[in-house]
Design a protein around this ligand. Structure first.
Ligand SMILES: Cc1ncc(COP(=O)(O)O)c(C=O)c1O
Length: 362
């Protein structure tokens, strides 16, 4: 990105050479994203990130020129806020929005989704994430693709937390796929929505002809350059992330022991099959946001909800839907990164130990 920023200053929509140089970066990102999700570059629309891609995808079946929203939208209670809130807005415009409950283990049961789908007169879309953003639980979205297609509806898969992390191609049969660059170690502020071949993405924004008119607004070639590198690297991400599972499990074991030695109960939030680098735990008697603040002073960065709701003291909606508000108040999400090594785990456990002993004696 630094190298690109030094030489690329043209507008990707301009026909002169400087513009074409910038355009090249945008097209390279489109091609890299297409390689990552195994789709055609013509079906990749670049956006400002996962939030915009989710809003765009969800609106697709309801963007008729008549302005009348018809049909049902089915989603789970644990989707990212950029899906849940977009759905709530569609509901206010007349879309029949139906929520599927989540199990205590963090999994959305495909049978429960099918049961909700069966109750819809005119199913328009099913929107489900491939991996949850707070618990890391892997969802069995791919199982639902034939049933959704049989009803003539669209399947949208928010794959933001899944691409580059799991080999499972939960998004393979999706009509719309969402990805975000910053979840695969690329820059923030760029993402993509990818459509099934033949589907034309309708715009939410009005303006120029960028992204074939589906997403008007000048693209950022520097962010695109970073996204391209990140997307290509993410193709082999699942192999690297797999190696983190023993470290994560060791961390969980040691943190559980710390708590039980102190006579406290600790609960794992998301006991279903998970991605290898996420741990979400609740400590009885302690508030997650207080633990986060105390750990921050120890140099350990964890969070009490998804990053998006950090700063709000509301307990996590995801953990509340799974296990109730009490458990949600104590929830702390710990994420390991590709570069995390056992010494980092030792350091984190020592920090937790100091925080626990301080809190106990307080
Ligand atoms: C599952 C999921 N979807 C969507 C988003 C939103 O992406 P962005 O932050 O790029 O808007 C996030 C961000 O954390 C996410 O985890």
């Amino acid at each position: 990105m630094a190298a690109t920023a030094g030489v690329v200053w043209g507008n990707p929509a301009s026909v002169h050479r400087e513009g074409q140089r910038a355009r090249h970066e945008v097209e390279a990102a489109r091609e890299a994203v297409a390689r990552l999700v195994v789709r055609d570059p013509v079906d990749v629309t670049l956006t400002s990130g996962g939030t915009e891609a989710n809003n765009l995808a969800l609106a697709q079946p309801f963007l008729g020129e008549a302005g009348v929203a018809v049909g049902s939208l089915v989603l789970s209670r644990i989707e990212h806020p950029s899906v849940v809130k977009a759905a709530e807005t569609l509901a206010r415009r007349g879309v029949d929005v139906r929520f599927v409950e989540v199990g205590a283990d963090g999994r959305v049961d495909p049978n429960a989704v099918e049961a909700v789908m069966a109750g819809c007169e005119k199913l328009a879309m099913v929107s489900l994430q491939a991996v949850n953003h707070e618990t890391g639980v892997i969802q069995s979205v791919e199982q639902l693709a034939p049933a959704v297609a049989a009803r003539g509806a669209h399947l949208h898969v928010d794959a933001v937390q899944a691409v580059g992390k799991v080999a499972s191609e939960a998004w393979r049969a999706a009509d719309w796929i969402t990805v975000a660059s910053h979840k695969i170690r690329g820059p923030k502020g760029v993402g993509a929505v990818i459509g099934r071949p033949g589907l034309k993405l309708q715009p939410l924004l009005r303006g120029g002809e960028q992204e074939k008119g589906a997403r008007p607004g000048t693209q950022d070639p520097v962010a695109a350059a970073g996204f391209a590198v990140a997307a290509d690297r993410a193709k082999t991400g699942p192999e690297r992330y797999r190696g983190l599972a023993p470290l994560r499990d060791d961390l969980e074991r040691r943190l559980t022991k710390l708590a039980t030695d102190a006579g406290l109960r600790v609960g794992l939030n998301g006991s279903a099959s998970r991605v290898p680098h996420v741990s979400n735990l609740s400590w009885e008697g302690w508030r997650g946001d207080e633990l986060c603040a105390a750990l921050d002073l120890e140099g350990v960065a964890v969070s009490s909800g998804s990053a998006c709701s950090a700063g709000s003291s509301e307990p996590s909606k995801v953990i509340t839907a799974m296990l109730g508000p009490q458990r949600a108040r104590g929830a702390v999400r710990i994420s390991l990164g590709e570069d995390t090594v056992s010494e980092d785990v030792d350091r984190a456990v020592a920090a937790f130990q100091r925080v626990f002993s301080r809190l106990e004696s307080a």
